[in-house]
Write a protein that binds this ligand. Structure first.
Ligand SMILES: [Zn+2]
Length: 199
């Protein structure tokens, strides 16, 4: 029986660990990569390593940045009374692209899932509460998607902040159940944002 050369098999294996990449796609990508010229492959390998070496989490919002404080957090043209809570750093992009939002962000790093051992302390929830207590945030927009875990995370945060004078809102309907924020088109995002409701 034929088996792939070990180097090819290893590449397929590594590629198939990436999100949304099944074994079949991994194999196609692997063949595409090895059939290209060496220079292109080096560019790809180097840009992956370079990204890993240079990018860090912003110490203020936990988004991705090349410096300790990211560009968004450093901006003086944003509304400091608005804070938008997202699950992952990649969720910031659809908000920025829609142009609907001019406040700041806070990346939780996931959503609560007690069965998987993801508790409030595993996420940046204590840091979020501390920031709301210290700063003049008037509205916290919980943009955590609509999976059951995301919903219960939003509820948990809402309760934790119940005694603070900070309004909690969430995105309006229009986002399909279980969908990922990063795949939502700008118009849907704009509408969901403008029609946000209290948690
Ligand atoms: Zn930041």
């Amino acid at each position: 029986m034929y088996s792939s050369p070990p180097a090819l098999e290893k590449l397929v294996q590594e590629l198939s660990k990436l999100p949304s990449i099944g074994r079949k796609t991994a194999r196609r990508l692997a063949f595409h990569l090895i059939s290209g010229d060496r220079e292109k492959m080096e560019d790809l390998a180097n840009s992956i390593l370079n990204a890993k070496n240079r990018l860090v989490h912003c110490t203020r919002c936990y988004g991705i940045s090349e410096s300790e404080i990211c560009q968004i957090c450093e901006s003086t043209h944003r509304d400091s009374e608005l804070l938008c809570v997202v699950e992952r750093a990649s969720d910031i992009l659809p908000f920025e692209n829609s142009g609907a939002y001019k406040g700041f962000y806070f990346v939780l790093g996931g959503v609560l899932s007690p069965l998987d051992g993801i508790k409030p302390e595993t996420l940046h929830i204590p840091e979020l509460v501390e920031r709301i207590e210290k700063e003049n945030v008037k509205e916290l927009i919980l943009a955590l998607g609509s999976s059951p875990e995301a919903e219960s995370t939003a509820l948990y945060i809402d309760r934790r902040l119940a005694n603070l004078p900070c309004k909690r809102t969430k995105l309006a309907r229009g986002i399909p159940v279980g969908s990922e924020l990063e795949f939502i088109d700008d118009v849907t995002m704009l509408r969901a944002f403008e029609e946000r409701v209290r948690v």
